[in-house]
Write a protein that binds this ligand. Structure first.
Ligand SMILES: *Cc1c(COP(=O)(O)O)cnc(C)c1O
Length: 319
């Protein structure tokens, strides 16, 4: 058993999306609500952090460090998880520092995190330097990887896939579609789909080229196979990544993203986020319109969270 701290509200609900399904003329759509994992507005990082914080606590860490964009959902959930476990938290955020804190960055401050700003080009160096400084000052720091994406973080989604199977029993969807970026979520879901009988796993890349994301998913999956001592073989072709929707890159909204955010909101009252789930939702709508799925398929959209991003000043202006 891997050490774990329990703070996520699990299992997350699964909802039907009848109005969206009707609007699009099928396939039948479902949604898994990991925007409801319960920790400071939730999201997919909450599941990963149960294991990452479990590891940190078992190693007697007293401060956790991580890194991300100024509007990082991962960093916000890390700050909340650290508070929940009574640990300090230092976040290395990529410049520019916003003039007014809003959305995730506002929540980082509210949750008591220390912030260190860094140019993107020297992010890893700043992380390393800050880690060493913490050690020199007598702390026992623990590094939470970018996006919480290593074998430990991915294990949470290996478990989440099984949670889904248990919830839906005989009524399994054919596909799971979701936003993929640092690869941990996809590695866990993908590996579980190779081990257990269930839906195919399709990651919509938010920002990474297809080959890069596939390689990342493969690497994390292999680490997890080793950690769990599994007897399963994987190959690159099995890792399904669609990188046709990355547009102008991370965090830069386009019309397809906006369309998905509005449609989910107006037909189902469900909020997607401007960076990840809006993009994956946009990809899903486009794939449906192109006939990628069979009309009789059942497709589950895995909502990975990020909704506080809707309130970032720049996105309020853009959506
Ligand atoms: C981090 C994040 C993702 C991507 O998950 P990875 O495991 O990094 O691929 C998707 N959606 C949201 C809202 C996120 O914050």
């Amino acid at each position: 058993m891997l050490p774990k701290v329990n703070f996520a509200h699990l299992p997350t609900p699964i909802d039907e999306l009848p109005r969206l399904t009707q609007e699009l003329g099928g396939p039948e759509l479902l949604i898994k609500r990991d925007d409801q994992t319960g920790l400071a507005f939730g999201g997919n990082k909450t599941r990963k952090l149960e294991y990452l914080m479990g590891d940190a606590v078992s190693k007697k860490a007293n401060v956790v460090l991580s890194t991300g964009a100024a509007q990082s959902n991962h960093c916000r959930q890390t700050a909340a998880a650290a508070a929940r476990c009574g640990l300090d938290c230092t976040l290395i955020l990529v410049e520019p520092e916003p003039e007014e804190p809003s959305a995730n960055y506002f929540l980082d401050l509210l949750l008591g995190a220390n912030i260190v700003w860094t140019p993107k080009s020297s992010r890893d160096l700043t992380l390393e330097v800050t880690f060493k400084e913490a050690e020199r000052s007598g702390f026992n720091p623990y590094l939470i990887p970018y996006g919480g994406s290593n074998a430990l973080g991915a294990y949470a989604y290996y478990q989440a896939y099984q949670e889904l199977l248990a919830q839906l029993k005989g009524e399994l969807p054919d596909w799971i579609v979701f936003a993929s970026s640092s690869g941990g979520t996809q590695a866990g879901l993908f590996l579980a789909s190779r081990v257990f009988d269930g839906p195919k796993v399709l990651g919509i890349s938010v920002d990474e080229p297809e080959t890069h994301l596939r390689n990342t998913v493969a690497k994390i999956s292999l680490d997890l196979i080793e950690n769990l001592d599994l007897e399963v073989e994987i190959n690159m072709e099995q890792i399904l990544v669609d990188a046709n929707y990355t547009g102008e890159g991370y965090g830069i909204m386009n019309e397809q993203d906006r369309k998905a955010i509005r449609l989910f909101a107006e037909t189902e009252g469900i909020l997607l986020d401007p960076v990840y789930t809006g993009r994956a939702g946009g990809g899903l709508l486009d794939l449906i319109s192109k006939g990628f799925f069979d009309r009789n398929d059942k497709v589950l959209f895995w909502h990975t969270g990020g909704t506080p991003g809707l309130f970032a000043d720049r996105y309020i202006r853009e959506i």
